[in-house]
Write a protein that binds this ligand. Structure first.
Ligand code: GUN
Ligand code: ZN
Length: 431
């Protein structure tokens, strides 16, 4: 039987949504707290004294004033874009054609795919991201590489083969039939293996013909239990292009809905320039929107309406959108979410930012009972943050009057130096 481990430190976890209720009512804070884990599972969390008495034989790891949190959940990334992150000077469609498609073409080579999958998971672990939902490329080898590497590490990941059959280079185009066949084969092989889930992945309407959208909609109809991920209303030029390609559609979302690609298990990345009908339909089906604030600034896409959409009751996750996003760090992503909201005259509370990066993203991907939480019975994906990881941060957090004030400088100025320890599925991955 595996041993019990007791992680001691300051503890912060959520019991509800701080957008829906005052944060004081939905946060669990233990200044001297602990989490007990065994065999990849969280057994308990609470005051250190109580847990020490309950698990007297546990191996203790004391992190002092380090802040114990659930691992970050990044709900929209493109792991194949790791090596081209921070590419200069383009907007969405140009950026895809100039930087993204040439890089993604390289994933026909399984060795290159394996190298980048491993590099990507190393980098994200160093930043405290323990789960992510990734677009792969059109090559099944890119999905195999990502899932194989994640399985080796015991990591909970979601991913899918990115399907395109128009408006992309020859080397990155398939057909409606191959998109269906290869997605189905990967889904049947991987979904539910280890901690891996498949997501049906049409890139976006401009790169999938109606036949391909319909084929992937049909596959989703056969497997409604899996997630479907795509992009929606990211840039105004893109929306205009969709309008020209689909004059019959009421709006961008309608191009998905008409082909069976709208549903509760749908993840719609960006969703910045939505019309009211789209918001109403997304809400009716209880779909999830994924906010990618560093990407939306970097590619110049626009300001996501967090406050308005949360108030409407929509489910929202937070994501880096690596490599349209300009950083692997969910701390940096929270900072960008704060800044984007400020530009809309809304100050998001640190509790709301942290919730988005953990339980909020986990909820958006339908896994709130397993990840993004320290609740007993959930999976032992845990991080420990140093709230004084640089002198700039330390001198500010020393002035803090409460935990939120102590944490906010790390959200705004922190990076991988703030990560003291990372546990993935009960395995020590860093620290
Ligand atoms: N829209 C379609 N593909 C992509 C992509 O790879 N990144 C971003 N940010 N938007 C997209
Ligand atoms: Zn994306």
């Amino acid at each position: 039987m595996s041993k019990t481990i007791l992680l001691k430190g300051q503890l912060l976890d959520f019991t509800g949504d701080p957008f829906a209720q005052p944060h004081e009512e939905v946060t669990l804070i233990e200044t001297r707290g602990a989490v007990a884990i065994r065999g990849g599972e969280i057994l308990d969390r609470g005051p250190a004294d109580r847990l020490a008495a309950a698990y007297p034989d546990a191996q203790v790891e004391d992190h002092g004033d380090g802040l114990i949190l659930p691992g970050f959940v990044d709900s929209h990334v493109h792991y194949p874009q790791t090596a081209m992150i921070a590419s200069w000077g383009k907007r969405l469609i140009d950026w895809l054609n100039t930087y993204t498609f040439p890089e993604e073409s390289r994933f026909a080579d399984p060795e290159y795919a394996a190298e980048i999958a491993s590099r990507y998971l190393d980098l994200t672990t160093a930043h405290g991201t323990t789960s992510m939902v990734s677009f792969c490329t059109i090559h099944s080898a890119s999905v195999e590489a990502f899932f194989s590497e994640a399985a080796k590490r015991g990591q909970r990941v979601i991913g899918g083969r990115t399907c395109m059959d128009r408006n992309a280079p020859d080397s990155l185009r398939d057909t409606a039939q191959t998109a269906y066949d290869e997605s189905k084969a990967l889904l049947e092989k991987w979904h539910g293996q280890a901690r891996i889930s498949y997501a049906i992945t049409p890139r976006f309407t401009p790169t999938s013909t109606p036949d391909q959208l319909a084929a992937l909609g049909a596959l989703w109809g056969e497997h409604p239990e899996v997630l479907m991920q795509t992009h929606l209303s990211e840039q105004t030029d893109e929306i205009q292009w969709v309008r020209e390609l689909h004059p019959e559609a009421r709006d961008y979302l309608d191009t998905y809905e008409a082909h069976g690609l709208l549903g509760e298990n749908g993840l719609y990345g960006h969703a910045i320039h939505l019309e009211q009908r789209e918001i109403d339909r997304l809400k009716e089906v209880n779909a999830a929107l994924i906010h990618c604030p560093t990407s939306n600034c970097f590619i110049g896409s626009g300001l996501f309406d967090m406050q308005g959409l949360k108030r409407e009751g929509l489910r929202v996750g937070l994501a880096t959108d690596t490599g349209g996003g300009s950083d692997f760090s969910m701390l940096r992503t929270m900072a960008a979410a704060y800044e984007v909201a400020q530009l809309r005259h809304v100050a998001l509370h640190p509790a709301q930012l942290l919730w988005l990066a953990t339980a909020g993203s986990a909820g958006a991907v339908g896994m709130a009972d397993r990840i993004g939480t320290l609740a007993p019975g959930s999976e032992a994906d845990i991080i420990v943050l140093d709230l004084a990881s640089t002198e700039a941060i330390a001198q500010r957090s020393r002035r803090a009057n409460d935990l939120w004030e102590a944490l906010f400088p790390t959200i705004m100025m922190g990076d991988d130096r703030a990560l003291r320890a990372v546990w993935i599925g009960g395995r020590k991955a860093l620290g």
